[in-house]
Design a protein around this ligand. Structure first.
Ligand code: SAH
Length: 198
């Protein structure tokens, strides 16, 4: 399923299945395991900001961007309510070179964005993430995996597709099997967690 902008906007009129009101456990584990250390972080496709706010609470200077203004507004409201400093803006993950200087971030996180991109968008996105990261910076992506049965939800991603998309521009550290938490019928869908270094 390739979601167009209007579909994303529509999703936020209700509570989308991914919008669980807490960070993804796989992202929490990256903080706990000190794989993401305090620094400048970009959360691409940040949604209503739970992962971004988690990293901000752990000392990072976080920017979250999302296509959907409603999501960005909700993220800002949470930041204000929780007294957490983080900035959120409407922006397209395929235009990072228009939004940020080259090498602006130590870390880029992507929870549920990559699996929504079309085949044509994937290499563009990889280059854009590469632009935003400093040399040695880390990219972490959580995506639906091909271990998840059925066809509900986003496209399934294989290890090979992750390697093909990111292997040229990044060093791939690992691709681990994990889960998303969601409100979906299959509440804990199988996911891959990619760790890559520019
Ligand atoms: N990271 C959030 C949201 C995941 S859903 C979370 O874990 O809860 C994917 C998000 O990516 C949606 O909020 C959608 O609006 C956003 N999105 C989709 N395409 C995008 C693009 N090209 N640029 C920026 N955001 C995008």
């Amino acid at each position: 399923m390739h979601m167009m902008f209007r579909d994303w906007e529509e999703a936020y009129r209700g509570v989308p299945p991914w919008d669980i009101g807490r960070p993804q456990p796989a992202i929490e584990a990256l903080v706990h395991d000190r794989e993401i250390l305090p620094g400048k972080v970009l959360d691409v496709g940040c949604g209503t900001g739970e992962n971004a706010l988690l990293l901000a609470r752990h000392g990072s200077e976080v920017t979250g961007i999302d296509l959907v203004e409603e999501a960005v507004k909700a993220a800002r409201a949470k930041a204000a309510e929780r007294h957490v400093a983080a900035s959120f803006a409407v922006g397209n993950a395929l235009d990072l070179d228009q939004l940020f200087g080259e090498g602006s971030f130590d870390t880029v996180i992507d929870s549920g964005l990559f699996h929504a991109l079309s085949d044509e968008e994937r290499p563009v996105y990889a280059r854009q993430v590469g632009w935003a990261l400093r040399p040695g910076g880390g990219y972490f992506a959580l995506c639906f995996s091909d271990k998840e049965p059925g066809d509900w939800g986003p496209r399934r991603i294989s290890r090979r597709e992750l390697e093909e998309t990111f292997g040229g521009l990044f060093r791939i550290n690992y691709i681990k099997e994990t889960h998303f938490l969601s409100h979906a019928p299959n509440g804990r869908p199988q996911a891959y967690l990619l760790s890559a270094t520019k």
